[in-house]
Design a protein around this ligand. Structure first.
Ligand SMILES: [Zn+2]
Length: 119
């Protein structure tokens, strides 16, 4: 069966379950895949660390109301958080580790800090 190696592009003959022309190509392919995954995770971790730092700086006393622009000008990314907490009344707090934020309308946010780790 004639096949094309996804790593080097060489054509080779091999069994149906053989994907790469050589074990060198197989290993280098998996290493590259892991590199991409690690880069992706590193970038996400960087955004989360930055988000947490911004919230902590803006909220030194544990509770504050601020305008969305203040978050955004500091580089806050609203799409990255680590957990959600929904209150009995249906309000959704988003947390970046211990630092929480929740929209309260008119582009204002309330910032809170989680006291202890739950869930
Ligand atoms: Zn190859």
């Amino acid at each position: 069966m004639k096949k094309k190696c996804p790593e080097c592009g060489e054509e080779f003959f091999g069994r149906a379950d053989k994907k790469f022309c050589s074990s060198e190509c197989r290993i280098s392919h998996h290493n590259n895949m892991n590199k991409d995954k690690n880069n992706f995770m590193r970038n996400v971790n960087r955004i989360l660390r930055k988000n947490r730092k911004i919230l902590a700086e803006l909220n030194p006393d544990g509770k504050i109301t601020i305008h969305k622009d203040k978050l955004l000008t500091k580089g806050f990314n609203l799409n990255y958080f680590t957990s959600e907490y929904i209150t009995k009344t249906g309000k959704v707090y988003k947390y970046v580790y211990d630092q929480g934020f929740m929209p309260i309308g008119n582009d204002f946010y309330i910032l809170v800090i989680k006291k202890s780790y739950v869930e």
